[in-house]
Design a protein around this ligand. Structure first.
Ligand SMILES: NC(=O)CC[C@H](N)C(=O)O
Length: 261
């Protein structure tokens, strides 16, 4: 009962409000991101704040092509920016511009699945200077930073890397700070993975690979060492968040957003 009272109090009388921008292509159908919004709410309640979502459509519109200036205007009031999972190349360059904005302006950034893949592509293009870096999901390129997982073919359907996998977190990382655990288990839903051939290049330039699958084959999480909160995860933490057990990454993300007020 005491726990319920605290939650109800947090919802009714939040101390502050944070604005989190969600940059996706289905923003006119917020139910597409239902579990994500609930997980953000759980993180907010646990920080005793309220979260306001700023929906940002990353799709190009013929009459108003997405560019750096337009994305900057749409994101300017954000305390944090989240790029969720997704499939297909529609809206991808807009999401990459949003990630670039978060990285350069030190705004807390959370990339989930496709959001993580695009964060690494942004970093590879602009910091590692691999200008042609991209994902094999979208087209063939000189630097396939994101590649088809070894056991996958590019057919669509229920053959993805699905379900729970264990992951080891780096002992001195923000991931570890959030989870307080060096072994975690998270749920997956993807076909492409980060190309480990580029791990050294990424790490040398400041993008730490902070989570590696138990079998050592997949980079499951990355984070920018020189940024207040910039984390990308290959899995879907939103699937495991609950009101009474908010997911630690969402708690930590919202805390970082509060620090931007
Ligand atoms: N769930 C997702 O975001 C999937 C990301 C990407 N389309 C992949 O298959 O790897």
């Amino acid at each position: 009962m005491i726990e319920w009272d605290q939650i109800v109090h947090s919802i009714r009388k939040p101390i502050q409000e944070v604005t989190v921008s969600i940059v996706g292509k289905y923003t006119e159908f917020p139910d597409a991101y239902k579990s994500l919004v609930e997980a953000l709410n759980h993180g907010a309640i646990s920080n005793k704040v309220k979260v306001k979502i700023n929906w940002v459509n990353s799709r190009e519109k013929e009459e108003k092509p997405i560019n750096e200036k337009l994305i900057g205007e749409k994101l300017q009031n954000s305390h944090a920016i989240l790029v969720p999972g997704g499939f297909g190349d529609d809206g991808v360059e807009g999401k990459i511009l949003a990630i670039n904005y978060a990285r350069k302006n030190n705004i807390p950034f959370f990339g989930i699945c496709l959001g993580m893949e695009l964060a690494i592509i942004e970093f590879a293009r602009n910091i590692v200077k691999l200008e042609d870096a991209h994902s094999e999901e979208f087209h063939n390129c000189k630097h396939p930073i994101v590649k088809l997982a070894g056991d996958q073919d590019d057919d669509l359907g229920g053959t993805m890397r699905l379900g729970a996998y264990k992951c080891n977190t780096n002992a001195s990382s923000k991931m570890m700070d959030a989870y307080s655990n060096t072994t975690i288990s998270e749920r997956h839903r993807h076909r492409y993975i980060i190309n480990s051939d580029y791990k050294d290049d990424l790490e040398k330039n400041g993008l730490l690979c902070s989570g590696i699958s138990e079998d050592g084959t997949c980079i499951e999480a990355v984070e920018l060492e020189s940024h207040p909160w910039f984390i990308g995860v290959q899995f879907h933490p939103e699937f495991q968040s609950k009101l009474f057990s908010p997911h630690p990454l969402f708690v930590s993300f919202i805390k970082a957003a509060v620090n931007k007020i």
